[in-house]
Design a protein around this ligand. Sequence first.
Ligand SMILES: [Zn+2]
Length: 381
Amino acid sequence: MPNLDFFQLYRDIIAIPSISSTDPAWDQSNQGVIQLLADWFTQLGFTIEITPVPDLPGKFNLVATLGQGEGGLLLAGHTDTVPFDAGRWSKDPFTVTEENNRLYGLGTIDMKGFFAFIAIALQELDLSQLKKPLRILATADEETTMAGARAIAEAATIKPDYAVIGEPTGLVPVMMHKGHMSESIRVTGKSGHSSDPANGVNAIEIMHKVLGKLTLLQQELKSKYSNQHFKVPYPTLNFGAIHGGDSANRICGCCELQIDLRPIPGVSPEELIEMLESNLSEVHECHPGCLHISHMHDPIPPYACAPESDLIREAELATGHQAESVNYCTEAPFVQQLGCDTLVLGPGHITQAHQPDEYLDLSFVTPTKEVLMHLVRRFCF
Ligand SMILES: [Zn+2]
C-alpha cells in the first residue's frame, strides 16, 4: 500500500486550478485534477477510466473501479470550483494554508478535498476483502451546467447499488433537495406610434395577462403539493426579472419575464412546464404566436432517496445524525439515474462554500474518514 499523506494530497489537489464558469474568461479545463486523481487511485489499485464530456473541450469525467461485477458503492464528487474574488481572499486560494485548526483554499470543502478523504480512508482498509465493487466518480462542471454528471447518467455504464456524494453537509446525511429551473417567457408584440394603440400589439399589456395567470399558478402549486421535509413545503415560482419596451411614446413590441421554479421531489421539471403551458393557454389563444417559453439552462430535477434505504440507515448510524433535506442543488438527481440509492454527505459546512477564505475545519478529518470506512465495509465487504 502507498503511504499517502492527507495534507500533501490536499495541497496537491488545491494547487491545480479547475474553475468552471459560464464566463469563458474564467472557465478552465479540469484535466489536471483528473490526472492527479488517476494517479492517486492507481496507487490504491484502482482501474481508471477517463472520458471527455461531450461537446465540452478540456472537460473530463473519471471513474475509478476496484473489484469486479455490478452493484457495490460509488463515492462521488465534482472536480471543479467556482471562480474566486481575489480582493476578498486574505490567502492564496491555490495554496493550502493551515491556520487555527483549519485548511484554507479554494475547493477545500466544495469539494476537491473530499477526494483526499476518500484516499486516506481507503488506505486504512484491507481492500483485498472487497466482495462488491468500489468506485470513485469525479465529474466536470458541477458548478455551471452539471454536464459531467448528466453525461455519466446518460452513458449509464456503471450500476452501483449505493452512491455517496461528498458535498459539504457538515457530515449530516442529506436525503432530498428541490430541483431548479430558470425559464424565460417572451412576449413578442408589434411596436408602433403611441398615439394610436391600433398601430401595434402591446407586449406589456399581454405580459400583464401572463403575470395574472402565473400568480394563480403560484397559488395552485402551493395548494396542490406538500412535502413537510422542506421549510417551504411546496414548489415555488419566483418572478425574478422583467424587461420590456424602450420609450414612453412607443407601443412596447417585446417584453421578457424570467422566472425561477423549484420543483419538490415527485414533481418533475416536465410536469411543471406542462402546468406552465396549460396555465398560459388562454393568453396563447388570444394572442397566437406571441408567447414563447424557453429554458435559460437545462433543468436540474429534484432529488430524494427512498426513505427505507439501507444507505440512509447506515449513514445515520455512522454519523449520529438523522438524514435531512437541504435547499441547494447537487448532482444527486443525475447520479441517482444510475439506479442507485443516493445520499449527499461530506465534511465542511455549506455556508463556507463559494465564500472568500473557504476552509475545512480539521475537526472533520477523523469522523469523515471513519464514516467513509464504515460505508465501504458495510456495502463492499
Ligand atoms: Zn459542490
